[in-house]
Design a protein around this ligand. Sequence first.
Ligand SMILES: Nc1ncnc2c1ncn2[C@@H]1O[C@H](COP(=O)(O)OP(=O)(O)OP(=O)(O)O)[C@@H](O)[C@H]1O
Length: 226
Amino acid sequence: MIVVSEIAVRYGATPALNGVSVCLTPGTVTAVVGHNGSGKSTLLQCLAGIARVTSGRIDGTDGLRTAYVPQRNAVSEQLPLTVGEVVAMGAWQRRGLWRRLTLGDRDAVDAALSRLGLADLGARPIGALSGGQRQRALLAQALVQRGDLLLLDEPTTGLDAHARAVIGDVVEEEAARGAIVVTATHESRDADRADQVLTLSSGMLVPSGTQPTSTMTSLLPSGSRK
Ligand SMILES: Nc1ncnc2c1ncn2[C@@H]1O[C@H](COP(=O)(O)OP(=O)(O)OP(=O)(O)O)[C@@H](O)[C@H]1O
């Protein structure tokens, strides 16, 4: 279990998170919701170890394999790689950069492409995909990582209903195999499918039906998939 205790993050004078505490349990999906600038991406980046916590602590992430999918617009369209190559990069963390992919890795890449409806697009340059297809390719890459912690920043934004449903299913399947899944979202439908919903406002957690607070909220999920 990951335990986030009273973390705060500041970017210079800008507070991005303030006094956020939460427990994240293996086998569950946590949705992080909130307006633009409320701190969702920052929370995911703290969990990924990319953003530095100014105060507070995060316990339970040591030794976890983390797969992080940033927001779509954070990804370069200029990468000179095919979709299959981008998805195969998910195996690097386990395999190392210079080791050849095993047959098992290739199977995992093919399986991830099919799960995300990209089986026919593996040979296409990543820059030649639509935004929604590219987003699914990055999720496929994360699946190949078989992370213990899967962090998805707005994975369904701008996608059509079918793609959203596919991603919702994949997210639940990843939790069902025991991963901790955290997804930042503006989509209430995604939040409805989560075991736990964290609402952020100006960097603070909002317990449902009350004002923003910096105290510990409800932190165990209402339902576990395990
Ligand atoms: N690298 C940065 N440098 C300075 N300020 C930043 C940086 N990243 C985020 N911030 C600020 O921190 C706050 C939280 O931003 P964050 O990106 O975490 O919000 P968000 O909820 O993910 O927003 P969105 O829904 O627009 O993606 C905002 O005030 C933002 O301007």
